[in-house]
Design a protein around this ligand. Structure first.
Ligand code: NDP
Length: 325
């Protein structure tokens, strides 16, 4: 089978190539899947370029998510012909992933594809869209409604940011997009942003408490951006933090939490229980339509994955990248 194979050894160093791989080498698992679509997420960019130690075992087939059809299953939950999706669980990091023609995985990691979405649509949404939905559900659970006020979305041109804007718009929220690419203002407005700010306003160290601007925040950027976003969140607001595009560091005070009752909500898509996954995907199937996906998604093939992965890390990719296998 064809696969994006990452390897590391003393002579060649860290390598990532489109390779022919013997299917007999697929790892253990109770379900074999014919992969139809995968995607490129930020984490895939890190794995492909080797810029962060995402890959924990070598050789590794890249790809943290996929959609496809079950070929063989020894688990009673799945039969040949079932259409499935997978996000996370360490796939593409510690277990061979979805940027390949086939994948063998644990049944416990799979969910049935929502009927309303095609395999191509689920991967146009991908882990970025699914994570954006988890973030929206997190702020909803914290009591934030469209009447609460404006929701700030950072990393707005990215996969998580683009989907967060679209989902919030469909649910009736008013949003402000923070971006380093003001030339993409029209795109961000199409997605639903009512206001756009330069990410430079948030990216430097700031005061512990600042003027209250946001009812809630969906942050995929981390570092000073997250600290300033918390410092600008109004009394009783909620900040969903899922990413580190600016940095993993977080230097701030407890002031927003103890003086304004702000909640900082961590969101991890990788180890989410099945029930939350199904709930997020069901909500996505209701909210996202093909027009949204046309606006946000570029489709590529396996032979374009390596160069696109590098471009994604350089912040040169807008929205989402679906990979047709
Ligand atoms: P993308 O690369 O698509 O988007 C990231 C965006 O962040 C960029 O488009 C850019 O937006 C902004 N950005 C990039 N560099 C900087 C910087 N130095 N300072 C401020 N902003 C910056 O990635 P994704 O949307 O796929 O992922 C975003 C983050 O979320 C990543 O850190 C990823 O690892 C994380 N993530 C976490 C998940 C979880 O389970 N917790 C799941 C999925 C993703 P703009 O050009 O508009 O400024």
């Amino acid at each position: 089978m064809k696969a994006i194979l990452i390897n590391k050894d003393e002579t060649a160093g860290y390598t990532c190539k489109l390779s022919e791989v013997d299917e007999a080498q697929l790892p253990e698992g109770d379900v074999l899947v014919q992969v139809e679509y995968s995607t490129l997420n930020y984490k895939d960019g890190l794995a492909i370029t080797g810029k962060a130690p995402v890959v924990r075992r070598f050789p590794m087939v890249a790809g943290i998510d996929f959609a496809g059809t079950v070929i063989e299953s020894t688990n009673s939950r799945f039969q040949a012909g079932d259409q499935v999706i997978l996000n996370g669980w360490g796939v593409g990091e510690t277990h061979w992933g979805g940027l390949a023609e086939k994948a063998r995985v644990k049944a416990d990691w799979l969910i049935k594809k929502p009927e309303a979405l095609s395999a191509a649509q689920t991967m146009a949404i991908g882990t970025a869209g699914y994570t954006a939905m988890l973030c929206v559900q997190a702020i909803q659970s914290a009591g934030i409604t469209p009447e609460s006020g404006t929701v700030l979305v950072t990393g707005a041109n990215g996969g998580v940011g683009s989907f967060a804007l679209r989902i919030l718009k469909q649910l009736g929220y008013t949003t402000c997009a923070s971006t380093g690419r003001s030339e993409e203002a029209e795109y961000l407005k199409t997605l639903g942003a009512s206001e756009i700010i330069d990410r430079a306003e948030l990216s430097e160290p700031g005061k512990p408490l600042q003027a209250e601007r946001w009812a809630a925040v969906i942050d995929s950027v981390g570092s000073h951006t997250l600290a300033n976003a918390c410092a600008q969140t109004q009394w009783g607001g909620a900040v969903a933090a899922c990413g580190l595009a600016q940095g993993m560091d977080l230097k701030m005070t407890v002031a927003p939490f103890i003086l304004r009752g702000v909640s900082l909500l961590g969101v991890d898509s990788v180890m989410q229980p099945i029930a939350q996954r199904e709930s997020a995907w069901a909500a996505l199937a209701e909210i996202i339509n093909q027009d949204d996906l046309n606006t946000m998604t570029n489709e590529i093939t396996l032979d374009q994955v390596i160069e696109t992965g590098a471009a994604l890390l350089e912040g040169k990719v807008r929205g989402r990248v679906a990979v047709k296998i």
